[in-house]
Design a protein around this ligand. Structure first.
Ligand code: MOS
Length: 744
């Protein structure tokens, strides 16, 4: 008999075997009968109108079934509101193949549908398109010079109320640091590219989609194409990474659905890797940071003004400039945040949106302040440590950052560091040790789950949430096991299906806390039913024990005081005479949670220590060691939790040294749109990464005490590496990534 999975166990992913054996089917791996293949044709210009499309040669290719453009597409909704969904920023959402307007380079303008992918691709190459081009600008540096007033600000993104007089305090500070920092455009580059298979069943569709939210896509497709919601089922049981790129419905799901509707056939549409660079991305941003301190390094002023890029048709904002103000004690502080607009697709959420940019750049500035004050960077952070959220002036539900600094520093050996740049070496290589702080929000979203128990003792827990590689299946299994005491082999977690109980998109690092809470509620409620049913069994095997006097252990309900008094869960279900016991519950922040949210801030914190070795002449940087110490409340599964931090740290190393999407401003196009030229860290770039979870009990933060781990790993990592490069070389790079050319 397999053992019961419990909260706190290092359980291997329950979906792991499916994945490594290739049995997990991703969105583009479903083969409904008569499947057709769509090839996306992308705009060659960055802005203007389509003048003409000549498809005569395309249609002559054998196997071509249809060429769909704005001229012959099926009916689509007229109003912007019909295209807005859970994740839309304010503005006018992009509508694929809606009309002749071109808003950005590589925008989809046609889909060629054929009997095979190869025929569709061949035929698509023969499409003749002419354009009327318009002036455009994709250069953020130029956009910064233009006045741009965001159309409609969301209150969450309002600049915080200034505290004290930051300008005056800065002017009076004996130690001053002031600089502009920059971070480039990034693309998510999940392993699985965006793809959709639409199965057509007599006017009803099953949509296998690469998405972080099946129900968000279901709502969106229903409203865009006028389907009745019950006729649209969206499935995403396996998602090969997303990092935010699957939060909004992407255009391939629109094109596949459009083709299926027009042809009344099953259709698949996938993006190429290059087309993955034609939708959402992390926006380029600048931050002007001024830090003033007394001669010991005590902060007297923080000014953090940020601008990030958005498109011409939507205002995507993210919290960039607040993190330092929240994290450090300082009487005088202000932050402004605004947008500049360029002719690209709308940027969007990418792992730790806002914090990855904002906190990483801020933590480079903090390192600079430490050098200006001639204080050890860790000492400076401890000197300015804030027990409370210094921006909102609220306590945290918990903040074990001090412990994270201490345990991380100990593990890393920080006390052996010498402060002067270039003072540490390893043979021919310069050694640099850098440090940064990370911070992310803890969120808890309304989520429902269902628990179903059959007379064979098998439990299914189900929720429409997604597992984008984060471990949601495994977390659901552990929470269910913890409540109902059933063996691992008897528990199945189901997710990634819009038919299941309601869940929001998986994002913001909220899924473990929210789905976990929903599964716990449903299982507790099922436990209550089992207890009641057990009481009705003849001979009363639990001998009148009360609800709080029993436990669920290894498939049995047992009396705590006398474990020989017990009854198996199977027998209890069988005794009800029903074919199953089933409950559904919704977890959501209650009144007490709301009150607590007003009074206290909820955040994860981390301390990241990085070692780099830099070739003195060639200036090639290797990250040889990272220690990431995280304070994230209760850890449900140390193994999958560690994997989340490893992934975040790897992405942070990419942000520090490699990742940036470059634009040819004459063409208005992202040019390094492949994995050869957009380098994400590979095995050779990654060395030793150690993850520490510091003890941080926090029953108040969410029902399970969980804070979430999907995003915190990237926050601070890029800064720790950039700070280590400075320590090694004495060269301060203020524009990420830190590439060789910037160090020569
Ligand atoms: Mo995350 S960027 O909310 O998928």
């Amino acid at each position: 008999m397999s053992t019961t999975p419990r909260i706190g166990d290092s359980l291997s992913r329950t979906d792991g075997i499916e994945k490594v054996t290739g049995n997990a089917s991703y969105a583009a791996e479903h083969f409904p009968p008569g499947l057709l293949y769509g090839w996306i044709v992308s705009s060659a210009i960055a802005k203007g109108r389509i003048k003409s499309i000549d498809d005569s040669a395309t249609r002559k290719i054998p196997g071509v079934v249809e060429v769909i453009t704005h001229k012959n597409r099926p009916h689509m909704a007229l109003l912007d509101a019909s295209y807005s969904e859970q994740v839309s920023p304010p503005g006018s959402p992009f509508r694929p193949l809606y009309d002749d307007k071109i808003l950005y380079s590589l925008q989809p303008i046609a889909v060629v549908v054929a009997d095979t992918l190869e025929n569709a691709r061949d035929a698509a190459a023969l499409l003749r398109v002419t354009y009327d081009t318009e002036e455009f600008n994709t250069d953020f540096a130029i956009a910064l010079e233009e006045k741009y007033e965001p159309k409609r600000k969301r209150s969450t993104f309002e600049s915080p109320k200034p505290r004290g007089d930051a300008k005056k305090a800065f002017a009076e500070s004996p130690v001053q640091h002031q600089a502009r920092y920059h971070s480039g455009n990034h693309h998510h580059n999940p392993m699985e590219m965006h793809g959709t298979t639409v199965e057509w069943n007599d006017g009803k569709i099953v949509v296998y989609d690469k998405t972080q939210g099946s129900q968000n896509v279901q709502d969106y497709l229903s409203s865009v194409f006028g389907f009745s919601k019950k006729d649209v089922r969206v499935m995403n049981p396996y998602v090969g990474g997303a990092f935010g790129s699957g939060l909004r419905p992407q255009y391939q799901v629109v094109l596949a659905t459009m083709a299926a509707k027009k042809l009344e056939r099953s259709v698949r549409v996938t993006m190429t890797r290059a087309q993955m660079f034609s939708h959402v991305h992390r926006p380029e941003a600048i931050q002007d940071i001024s830090l003033g301190a007394d001669k010991n390094g005590q902060m007297q002023s923080i000014i953090n003004d940020a601008t990030s890029a958005t498109s011409k048709f939507e205002d995507y904002m993210e919290v960039i400039s607040n993190w330092g103000l929240m994290n450090y004690k300082c009487d005088n502080a202000s932050a402004e945040y605004t947008l500049a607009s360029v002719d690209t697709y709308t940027p969007g959420d990418m792992r730790a949106p806002g914090a990855a940019t904002g906190m990483n750049l801020f933590e480079i500035a903090v390192d600079e302040l430490a050098y200006a004050a001639n204080v050890d960077p860790l000492q400076l952070r401890l000197l300015n440590y804030s027990e409370i959220d210094a921006m909102h002036k609220k306590p945290f539900t918990s903040k074990a950052l001090r412990e994270a600094y201490a345990e991380g520093a100990e593990k890393f050996g920080w006390s052996r560091r010498t402060q002067a740049p270039g003072s540490m070496r390893d043979g021919k290589e310069l050694v640099g040790w850098g440090l940064a702080t990370g911070m992310w929000d803890t969120m808890f979203q309304k989520t429902a789950a269902r628990a179903t128990l059959t007379p064979d003792g098998k439990l299914e827990v189900a929720c429409a949430t997604s597992d984008i590689g984060t471990g949601t299946y495994t977390v659901m299994t552990q929470v269910a096991g913890d409540v109902l005491g059933l063996p691992l082999a008897d528990i199945t977690a189901r997710l990634g299906d819009s038919d299941l109980p309601a869940a929001p998109v998986e994002g913001g690092s909220w899924a473990a806390a929210s789905t976990g809470a929903a599964v716990e509620l449903a299982c507790k409620s099922l436990a209550d039913e089992l207890f009641k049913a057990a009481g009705k069994i003849k001979g009363d095997p639990l001998e009148g024990a009360k609800r709080d006097e029993i436990a669920f252990v290894d498939g049995f309900i047992v009396v705590r005081a006398n474990p020989f008094k017990r009854v198996s869960v199977k027998d209890v279900v069988a005794a009800t005479g029903k074919d199953k016991l089933e409950v559904e519950e919704t977890a959501k922040p209650g009144i007490a949670d709301m009150a607590s949210m007003l009074q206290k801030s909820r955040n994860t914190h981390s301390a990241i220590f990085a070692e780099v070795k830099v070739d003195e002449e060639l200036r090639i940087v290797r990250v040889t060691r990272v220690v990431c110490a995280v304070a994230a409340g209760r850890i449900i599964n140390p193994k999958t939790a560690r994997s989340q931090i490893l992934g975040g740290v790897v992405m942070g190393i990419g942000m520090a040294l490699h990742e940036e999407t470059f634009t040819d401003h004459k063409l208005g196009r992202f040019m390094n749109h492949n994995l050869a030229e957009y380098h994400i860290p590979a095995n050779a770039d990654i060395d030793n990464i150690e993850v520490i979870f510091v003890d941080e009990p926090d029953p108040e933060v969410t029902p399970l005490g969980v804070k979430g781990l999907g995003e915190i790993g990237i926050v601070g990592t890029a800064a720790a590496v950039a700070n280590a490069v400075f320590h090694a070389t004495g060269v301060r790079v203020r524009s990420l990534p830190v590439t060789v050319d910037k160090l020569l």
